[in-house]
Design a protein around this ligand. Structure first.
Ligand code: NAP
Length: 336
């Protein structure tokens, strides 16, 4: 039996679908009071053959911040995929995010050890690898450096990954994946979907940053390959292409038949807009659309190498044009 945390999220829903398609017995953690309606809809939108697969998933109530619920969820479980996390660049959510991503991961690791779980796959992030020196390629050997420019999200993912390394030292059989920005269609309020929302309401502007991107289907394939292998105590960067934001938005604009971005936005203007939006969020008690952390992350120029995974599994990552086309196709179906 397999347990997936974060099964209602982008990675978790694709993973559940793929594990069920392969005939595995799967349980998914569901937060109290939540219903997996959107995940069901998403499964239907992947393809007609997947429609029945959601019924093969057993939903178990739990929260990563509640160790007792994890103990219960891990009954009769052999393998755990830990995809649950909070992704936020809103300073007001920092405390909760640190708890979910660090303490929550520690709880998952402890429950795995106590329940004799055969193997854990933890979804970390490129954010936990830290910042590169100018122009340097970032890979699994990157060393985290404490710096005031690290985002709260990066700090939380680094802290969460450390809990998994601690578990490995205590004898846990575990692998870690560090995906770059994951492209795929998830339930509407989730992180990558916001990116698509911005693309659809296309503005002719772009920011000068460079980042890595990977298809959600590659992330899921990689996690399953690693879990089915004898590999343990290793981490793998998962990345298809390093693209400037201009290149990324140009690809999306071409697919959507929208005008390409042509006006570069200056960092000081963006920081001012973000500061005003954060103020608006504070006054109206709403989530800001742009924060100074978002701006800092978007302006950074980072290149990632997934050579370790490519060569270990002779793996070819899906090109971004194909990923964006597929994600937008599913999002269109989700709207119906
Ligand atoms: N998206 C990216 O671009 C990206 C890039 C690199 C790494 N990652 C990592 O990949 C993993 C999956 O990300 P994602 O994009 O799938 O995120 P997502 O779509 O935002 O989903 C997050 C999932 O975590 C669950 N969750 C949040 N707090 C929880 C709690 N206290 N207890 C139990 N479950 C909780 C959510 O449940 P609810 O539905 O109940 O909220 C949801 O199922 C995360 O570890 C993330 O850091 C993501």
């Amino acid at each position: 039996m397999i347990l997936v945390t974060g099964g209602t999220g982008l990675v978790g829903s694709y993973l559940l679908c793929e594990l069920a398609r392969k005939g595995n017995k799967v349980k998914a953690l569901l937060r109290p009071g939540k219903k997996p309606y959107e995940t069901r809809k998403l499964f239907n939108c992947f393809s007609a053959e997947n429609e029945h697969l959601i019924d093969m998933v057993e939903w178990v109530e739990g929260d990563v911040l509640d160790p007792f619920s994890l103990q219960q969820a891990m009954q009769e479980v052999d393998y755990v995929y830990h995809c649950a996390a909070m992704i936020s660049f809103n300073p007001r959510e920092l405390k909760t995010m640190l708890a979910v991503n660090i303490e929550g991961t520690a709880n998952v690791v402890n429950a795995c050890i106590e329940n004799g779980i055969k193997k854990l796959c933890h979804v970390s992030s490129i954010a936990s690898l830290g910042q590169a020196e100018k122009g340097e390629m970032i890979d699994e050997n990157a060393k985290w450096k404490t710096s005031r420019i690290n985002s709260g999200y990066a700090i939380s993912k680094y802290g969460g990954e450390r809990e998994v390394w601690r578990g490995i030292e205590e004898g846990l059989n575990a692998v870690i994946v560090n995906p770059s920005v994951i492209i795929g269609a998830g339930c509407h309020r989730k992180a990558t979907n916001r990116l698509f929302h911005n693309i659809e309401n296309f503005l002719p502007y772009y920011i000068s940053g460079i980042n890595g991107y990977v298809d959600v289907r590659d992330v899921v394939n990689a996690m399953i390959l690693l879990m089915e292998s004898t590999i343990s105590g290793e981490r793998y960067v998962l990345n298809s292409e390093n693209l400037s934001l201009r290149e990324f938005f140009t690809k999306a604009a071409n697919i959507l038949g929208k005008p390409q971005p042509r006006i570069a936005l200056n960092g000081s203007i963006l920081n001012l807009v973000a500061w005003l939006d954060e103020m608006r969020g504070r006054l109206t008690k709403s989530t800001p659309l742009l924060t100074r952390e978002n701006v800092r992350a978007s302006l950074s120029k980072s290149y990632y190498s997934a050579e370790k995974f490519r060569s270990a599994f002779h793996y070819s990552f899906i090109p971004m044009t194909e990923s964006l086309t597929e994600a937008l196709r599913i999002l269109e179906r989700m709207k119906k």
